[in-house]
Ligand binder design. Structure first.
Ligand code: N2P
Length: 347
């Protein structure tokens, strides 16, 4: 009996480390992304296929994501910054270099998207989506289609206008409307943009990001400053809505997938990025998210269904009027200060 017990004890002690090791192998990736920016079904596919778990958290703006990464002790494994924010995070050594040999499906990315100035060799970022900013409007609530950015300053739509609660986007559009670059750091131009936004604020129903979509779909507001994919998402749910990129020009953005330096599981993070680049997964995500994608294999797979949307896929003439945000370095503080002044003048 004693011998049997000793044998069992020996066996238990021998197996214990194995059990511990198995428990340790369960990796959870902390994925931090914009609202409505992935089809949740694809996350389940990834978990099932790899045994890697995903803990999914949301942010609404590049600035919120950046501040969280700087200030919180949480380690994130995968994030989705826009162009100018990728540039800033590379500069501040917040991103890990990527191992492309571990991500064969990145070959599906259209090479035209791989020489962007924010990360010229794409050492730190894999392109995920792209789009424009414009006006989403309810055709039954406006007298005529918006002819220019002035529509968002039109007193006829008092308390029926939604603006983005996002400093670069909202200040950028105010600059564009006044004929300036949306990367301006000229104090006079920025003061002019600030005053125009303070004057406009009396007409604004709310400064929103993700909640704006429901408000537009339900007809609570007549006009909204939105990103093209969110416009597409809303138009699919309410065909009385339409989208326009005003003639003065707008922002063209590229959002990317990156691994922050705080990642505890960079190998698994890159496995997830590679998974998102598979043609069928990228196509499935496009159908859910509505933003244009740089994945040639997925675009080919979708054929006409993809090519047909002028909202996601604007003509070159529209794109030629758009500007990409650049990292403003220390001058970003001017925008932060102006944004605080605008917001505090409202509330
Ligand atoms: C997704 C927000 C997209 C971000 N809802 C635009 N850069």
């Amino acid at each position: 009996m004693k011998k049997v017990l000793l044998t069992l004890l020996a066996l238990y002690l021998a197996l214990c480390p194995l059990a511990l090791a198995a428990a340790e192998e369960q990796v959870t990736l902390n994925v931090y992304n914009w609202g409505d920016y992935i089809d949740p079904d694809t996350l389940a596919v990834f978990e099932e296929r790899t045994g890697i778990r995903i803990n999914y958290e949301l942010y609404e703006t590049n600035e919120d994501m950046y501040t969280k990464l700087k200030k919180s002790k949480t380690s994130y494994d995968v994030i989705f910054p826009s162009d100018y924010m990728v540039e800033r995070m590379i500069h501040e050594e917040m991103l890990l270099p990527l191992d492309y040999t571990a991500m064969p499906y990145t070959q599906n990315i259209d090479p035209r998207f791989l020489n962007a100035s924010y990360d010229p060799t794409h050492a730190y970022s894999v392109p995920y989506t792209w789009g424009t900013m414009g006006i989403l409007y309810n055709t039954t609530m406006v007298d005529e289609a918006p002819a220019d950015w002035d529509a968002l300053w039109d007193a006829r739509y008092d308390k029926s206008i939604l603006m983005l609660n996002s400093p670069r986007d909202t200040i950028g559009i105010a600059l564009k409307r006044l004929g300036h670059s949306l990367n301006s750091i000229n104090p006079t131009e920025l003061e002019e943009a600030k005053q125009s936004l303070i004057a406009q604020s009396a007409l604004v129903l709310a400064y929103v990001v993700d909640e704006g979509k429901d408000k537009m779909v339900s007809g609570e507001a007549a006009l909204a400053l939105v990103w093209s994919g969110d416009a597409q998402y809303c138009i699919e749910r309410n065909p009385e809505l339409a989208y326009v990129v005003p003639p003065e020009g707008s922002n063209l953005f590229f959002d990317a997938i990156c691994v922050p330096t705080s990642s505890k599981h960079p190998a698994e993070a890159m496995r997830f990025i590679d998974f998102l680049c598979e043609a069928d997964i990228a196509a499935q995500n496009y159908e859910y998210v509505g933003y244009a994608i740089p994945n040639s294999a997925a675009v080919e797979l979708m054929g006409d269904a993809y090519a047909a949307s002028a909202v996601s896929n604007p003509p070159d003439e529209t794109l030629s009027r758009c500007e990409v945000f650049t990292n403003l370095g220390d001058d970003t503080r001017i925008y932060d200060r102006i944004w605080t002044e605008i917001i505090t003048s409202i509330y």
